[in-house]
Design a protein around this ligand. Structure first.
Ligand code: CU
Length: 502
């Protein structure tokens, strides 16, 4: 399918959806006036992209394995939402779940009262409807997911792609690749995993222990399937994760029944890779191909050729691939977990590689954030910071507690900024686990030792023992969450806020 045909298809789909009523109530948040002023300053195309999403428990076919899980409109991933810079997005969410939910628009620098994370946006009660309505200021690869409880570890996620009509991009075809670690409906539920992690710690033993779990007769520590079973990763600087999943998926499919992307030999493919997982970093390669990284988290980087990329939860990498002739495996290794997800690239005749084939590119040059630099247009104007914050990341498996600046979210002191400030944050990871740290509503620049601008990111991997400085301009007033994008770390407290005080 050509890029032109792809765009035409999505435009037709969008046109068939009716507009929904506006229920924006900006007066309910602090600084509502300022939010309105900043919204007026964003680009506006006059076009509205509308959609309706129903969050419900449904059956999903993962490729011969049927799971009961939470989905948007019955599919995993949910439907792609596509807009152009300046468009207004109007998405009505019908919550048919038995509990509160929300849709957080990950990476988009949108108005705070539509961010989909409490307290800035109220959660949607069970049975309720809510319309998210906001304009999109920047092009790029984004995605959306709930910001409530452990629902991020279900099928509730979908890609959000924002095009720039002024810069259509130099590629022939586009391949959206969504990675996930999967347990819901086939293994332990996210709630069972979280209970297992916490009970493991309450018992004061590691997973090798055999004591009865308090209050759970017959359940023994380490017996919750998936809990504590992962290995080490040199790339991640230590422990790879807390959870071993039954499946790792690309575009909702298990490796024996992979999703297939068709292109012509010689075509330049823009792959938009999104890691929607909860506890898994992926090392991604395409057999027989090199990757040219062009963007991360929506923003352009100086094109960088690599053999594979490492992508943490919440991160996105856009890469170019020039298609060879044949049948190739896209393999996403669940880093440090001795498992993988895969998809196929088909451009010609041939048999698919064996399901367990590991392309040699996985062991070649693996691109990480340290290799990437913002393009001059994407880099921040150099300036001295107006305010600096330490952001200490700490925690442990036993007890299972994760903190920012010494406190879980329930007791956290938000970082306080004022509009117009240049803000520096110094992540300092004193734990033995890596953390993909995500800031809502802003894209920060990774600061480098030599002063060459690092990549613009909204989610960045901070390795064990690492100090990593980032800077952003406080230009989007409101109350914004900042947290580890490991679902279980986040729920165990590794979250705080950046609050505007004026
Ligand atoms: Cu974490």
């Amino acid at each position: 399918m050509s890029r032109r045909a792809f765009l035409a298809t999505t435009a037709t789909a969008a046109a068939g959806v009716t507009l929904v009523a506006c229920n924006t109530d900006a007066s309910r948040v602090d600084g509502a006036d300022e939010i309105g002023v900043v919204e007026a300053r964003r680009p506006h195309s006059g076009r509205t992209v509308s959609a309706t999403l129903t969050a419900d428990r449904t059956r999903v076919d993962l490729g011969g394995s049927i799971a009961s899980s939470l989905t948007y409109n019955g599919t995993v991933p949910g439907p792609v939402l596509r807009a152009s810079v300046g468009d207004e997005i109007a998405v009505m969410v019908r919550n048919r779940l038995p509990h509160m939910t929300s849709v957080h628009w990950h990476g988009i620098a949108m108005r705070n009262d539509m961010d989909g994370a409490a307290p800035a946006t109220p959660d949607i009660p069970a049975g309720g409807d809510f319309t998210y309505r906001f304009s999109v200021p920047h092009s790029g690869t984004y995605w959306a997911h709930p910001h409530t409880g452990l629902d991020a570890d279900t099928g509730l996620y979908f890609p959000v792609i924002v095009d720039d009509p002024q810069d259509p991009g130099d590629y022939d075809v586009e391949w959206i690749v969504v990675l996930d670690d999967w347990t819901d409906g086939v293994g332990s539920s996210p709630e069972q995993i979280f209970d297992g992690l916490r009970n493991m710690s309450t018992a004061g033993h590691d997973m090798a222990g055999g004591d009865d779990m308090p209050g759970m007769p017959g359940m023994r520590t380490g017996t919750v399937a998936g809990v504590g079973g992962t290995g080490k990763s040199a790339l991640l600087g230590g422990d790879a994760g807390d959870v071993s999943y039954p499946y790792y998926l690309i575009n909702g499919r298990i490796p024996p029944a992979p999703s297939t992307f068709r292109a012509k030999p010689g075509q330049r493919i823009r792959m938009r890779i999104i890691n929607a997982a909860s506890d898994t970093a992926f090392r991604v390669a395409v057999g027989g191909h090199r990757l040219t990284v062009t963007h991360t988290d929506g923003f352009p980087v100086v094109p960088t050729e690599v053999d594979a990329v490492l992508i943490g939860m919440g991160e996105r990498y856009d890469v170019w691939v020039t298609a060879g002739d044949g049948v190739f495996a896209l393999v996403a290794v669940a880093e440090g977990k001795n498992a993988a997800a895969r998809a196929l690239l088909v451009t010609g005749a041939g048999e698919p590689p064996p399901v367990d084939m590991a392309p040699p590119e996985l062991e070649g040059r693996v691109g990480t954030v340290a290799d990437l630099h913002a393009t001059p247009a994407a880099a921040l104007t150099p300036a001295v910071a107006d305010v600096r914050f330490p952001v200490d990341l700490a925690g442990s498996m036993t007890p299972y507690e994760w903190t920012i600046n010494g406190a879980p979210y329930s007791r956290s002191a938000p970082l306080q900024v004022r509009s117009g400030q240049r803000v520096e944050m110094a992540f300092n990871n004193t734990s033995t686990m890596w953390h993909p740290m995500h800031l809502h509503g802003h894209t920060f620049e990774v600061l480098t030792a030599d002063g060459v601008p690092g990549a613009r990111k909204d989610t960045v991997i901070v390795l064990p023992g690492q100090r990593l400085r980032v800077a952003f301009v406080a230009d989007n007033p409101g109350r914004w969450m900042m947290h580890c994008h490991n679902t279980y770390h986040q729920d165990a407290g590794m979250m705080t806020r950046v609050d505007y005080t004026g």
